[in-house]
Design a protein around this ligand. Structure first.
Ligand code: HEM
Length: 498
């Protein structure tokens, strides 16, 4: 239908007196990295739909139209900053058709059925956890030396995701290679202070670039190019390897994600120059690496923190995990993936950590359709930037009492985990860690599995205790990492496991 009446944003409660005439207020808030907390406070005071700028609104309720916005609205141009190697990818496609073709191909690979049946993923997880991580943890436990868990978890998730994308022989080993870890994580992280200019001031940014006026320092450009080159090398290794390199254990499924993408796009490749196509594949893979390592790594670091400071919760998880091993040694074999997935307390802890500390904490920007729409009872014109944030939705005290506390019990009903949305609709409708709709997270099953499998491994073998940490409040941008970036954990072996 067409909303032909005079639509305008003037009736929507304003976040600041200036927002109807200028975007300066919201730009300034974003520049200072105060957006999520500020917008949440505004919602608490002024309701579920608020105006942030002349052409921008924020929504914070399912009833204000969350499903409408994320059901079909297109992504805002803000996502252009996620191009890699000068090429777009699924995450940054604004074009509906390009996006849906790519999503169709990749959804199969990341489906729960495929992941749980994949002998390749199983052997990779097994190798990364028991042949790499266990040595590092054992050594720290033996010498009573605390281990810094933020970088360690980012290393684990990087190794897991690159192994899945490129095969273990072509992937990273940031768990053991500390020098590589430092280099790669720094190359990736040094970009974030400059994201504001590229995302929010695109026209000025382009003009400055045309005039060769540099906003991003040379060392950051060099670091980005080096990170991208690293991904290209892994892509090439994976495509070359196919027949002669072997995964550590017998692997029936031999295709890595990068190979599947190449195969699926043969037709497209014939109309594209091969070099262009290779860059597009590398752009897609860079995005999965970024999406796949940082988010899950952050979630794991927070999970370890919360369980380490709550011995009761940790003991409960240990008990549940121990039973999963059925009296067998927890030393060297991962239990079946679907059994891990069905552990009620672990599931509750995973949902709750992603609620209390959503790794994608910031606004997921969309644009209202050309004919406008109705949101929260307001008639909204076309072309308006509209966003919701997990950080705000997850802090609704009427849905999640004491929202800032980590309370896995809220997902449990006596001993069972509430997994059916119909049993607790509000709890699930407001849980938005992976976004929703056609542009919601592609890797959600992979991420849930990644977090759970690492937790099962860790809490079957070790007890964790907090020694020290930096500021653990989440950063206020799009990704919410621990601000201080430091979590020192003491590890103790649980020799009584079986
Ligand atoms: C705890 C871990 C993760 C969280 C919390 C998370 C969260 C999200 C969210 C909220 C979105 C929507 C973002 C937006 O529209 O602004 C998204 C999209 C996406 N995620 Fe994840 N993600 C996680 C892990 C992963 C992993 C492991 C992968 C793949 C390896 C992945 C790949 C993607 C991709 C490709 C998209 C874009 C989907 C599209 O545009 O159709 N994510 N993720």
């Amino acid at each position: 239908f067409k909303l032909s009446c005079n639509t305008s944003l003037k009736d929507i409660p304003k976040a600041h007196w200036s927002v109807s005439i200028s975007p300066i207020w919201i730009l300034w808030i974003r520049f200072q990295q105060m957006e999520n907390a500020t917008v949440q406070a505004v919602h608490m005071k002024k309701g579920p739909i608020v105006r942030l700028g002349p052409n921008e609104i924020s929504i914070n309720s399912v009833d204000a139209g969350l499903r409408t916005v994320y059901g079909s609205f297109e992504k805002h141009r803000w996502y252009r900053s996620f191009w890699n190697l000068g090429k777009p990818n699924m995450f940054s496609f604004e074009n509906f058709q390009l996006h849906s073709e790519r999503r169709r191909v990749l959804s199969r690979v990341y489906s729960k059925t495929n992941l749980f049946r994949s002998p390749l993923l199983r052997s990779q997880n097994q190798h990364i956890l028991y042949a790499r991580l266990k040595n590092v943890l054992d050594e720290h436990a033996e010498h009573g030396q605390p281990l810094e868990m933020v970088a360690t978890m980012l290393a684990v998730t990087m190794d897991v995701v690159t192994a899945f994308l490129f095969g273990l022989p072509n992937s990273s080993n940031l768990i053991e290679d500390l020098e590589q870890r430092q280099v790669r994580l720094a190359q990736y992280q040094c970009r974030s202070p400059y994201a504001f200019f590229e995302q929010e001031l695109q026209s000025i940014w382009k003009l400055l670039e045309k005039l060769s006026l540099v906003v991003v320092p040379k060392h950051v450009r060099v670091a980005t190019a080096s990170f991208e080159h690293w991904v290209v090398t892994m892509c090439e290794g994976a495509v070359r390897k196919s027949s002669h390199q072997q995964e550590p254990e017998n692997s029936a499924q031999s295709d890595t994600v990068v190979e599947l993408l190449h195969q699926s796009m043969d037709q497209e490749r014939s109309s594209n120059k091969a070099e262009d196509w290779n860059r597009e594949v590398a752009s897609e893979m860079t995005d999965h690496i970024i999406a796949g390592h940082e988010t899950s790594g952050i979630a794991l670091a927070y999970l370890i923190y919360e369980l380490s400071r709550s011995p009761n919760l940790q003991a409960r998880l240990h008990k549940e995990v121990k039973a999963l091993f059925g009296g067998e040694a927890a030393e060297d074999k991962l239990p079946c993936f679907s059994a891990i997935d069905q552990l009620p307390f672990l599931h509750a802890c995973t949902l709750e950590i992603l609620r209390a500390y959503p790794p994608i904490v910031g606004p997921q920007a969309r644009v209202t359709p050309p004919d406008g729409c109705i949101l929260g009872g307001f008639v909204i014109p076309g072309g308006v930037r509209v966003s919701a944030r997990a950080s705000c939705l997850h802090r609704n005290p009427s849905v999640y009492p004491s929202p800032s506390e980590f309370r896995p019990e809220r997902w449990l009903d006596s001993k069972r985990c509430i997994t059916k949305v119909s049993e607790a609709p509000e709890l699930y409708h407001y849980w938005w860690a992976f976004g929703s709709g056609g542009r919601g997270c592609l890797g959600n099953h992979f991420a849930m599995h990644d977090i759970k499998v690492v937790a099962v491994f860790l809490y079957s073998l070790f007890e964790t205790i907090v020694v020290d940490h930096g500021d653990l409040n989440q950063t206020e941008g799009y990704i919410g990492a621990p601000q201080g970036g430091r979590l020192l954990i003491k590890l103790k072996r649980r020799n009584e496991i079986h």
